[in-house]
Design a protein around this ligand. Sequence first.
Ligand code: ADP
Length: 398
Amino acid sequence: MKILVVNCGSSSLKYQLLAMETKAELAKGLLERIGMAGSVLTHQPEGKEKTVITKDIANHNEGIRLVLDSLLHPEYGVLKNVNEVDAVGHRVVHGGDKFTKSVQVNDDVMKAIEDCIVFSPLHNPANIAGIKACQALMPGVPQTVVFDTAFHQTMPPESYIYALPYEAYEKYGVRRYGFHGTSHRYVSLRAAKFLNRSEKDFKLITCHLGNGASVAAILNGQCIDTSMGLTPLEGLVMGTRSGSIDPEIVNYLMEKEHMTTAEIKDYLNKKSGILGISGVSSDFRDVEEAAGAGNKRAQLAWNVFAHKVRKYIGAYAALMNGADAIVFTAGLGENSSSMRLEICKTLGFLGVSIDPEKNKKRGIENDISTADAKCRVLVIPTNEELMIALDTEEIVKK
Ligand code: ADP
């Protein structure tokens, strides 16, 4: 079975074609600058040279068309006929509280994704455009949707209810939803397998540390809390996002700096985080380098980030009465041995003990703990595309 995984952003489109028998990536690529001048597609077929196509692409429909043309191309394509695609799995950011798992697309599902645009005004419309384009260009091919929020729907009310007048939840759906669910679920399944544990008897804390970052507490296979909330702004310090702050800061700064709601939104989402503290970069590599060269604010940004992750790990261990394992994943979690060490340095009380040699390895599933550590610390490269494809395969086979 061949499955195409599509991840539409507001101006970008990522795709991957997978052969499910072997889990091989037949082709993958990224189309950037949709709707702008100078759109560019980077297409990587398996075992062949990368191809870069520069062509202005006005919308997601044209984008999907270009992707299909590339997959079918006589030189750099990997398909002879579009009918070889058995199903398409779409990443959708916000499924509200309507979806607890991945589903096949139908009119009701499309309506529900539209209803969630209020919570995800940049992403959900792009996701919808991608689904509609695939429906039009691949009629009869089943389309499924995999939500970033779905895995967190097992959170109990004490995790997801904000301490606001209850009407805010009832009238407007103001509650915590959580994101990165596909990644947290993927690494939690891999962690149980890696440690040869039953998912059903396992206390796990997963740390997805990339540009966006979130932590999840997963008790016996179910998410019971996660750091992101109504939107992906809550929780950890991120590349450019503030994470949780005193809400009163919003009023105070709006007043002081005469900011509009759009401006404060931009400030919290794009100018804050480690970029805001360091003044250097949103990329942890630049911040670490600057800190190493003596830049005090870069060092502070690094320390604030680690401090916050440690706090969440401690809090989640408290919720679960301990933790059997902690997983690090995504760009920073998978690659930065120094950040992993920094985060873990006060976690000895949990039974965490890092083996500095094992911690040096990158890009592979790895247990970086010393032999006697009671709480295992794993590095697991995330693979959201594979998780989406596996869900799609399961739905289509049914
Ligand atoms: P996104 O949330 O955009 O998917 P990624 O998971 O790709 O992000 O993570 C990107 C971040 O990972 C970058 O900002 C970078 O700071 C960090 N990162 C990637 N490689 C390394 C590395 N070798 N050392 C430290 N940080 C890294």
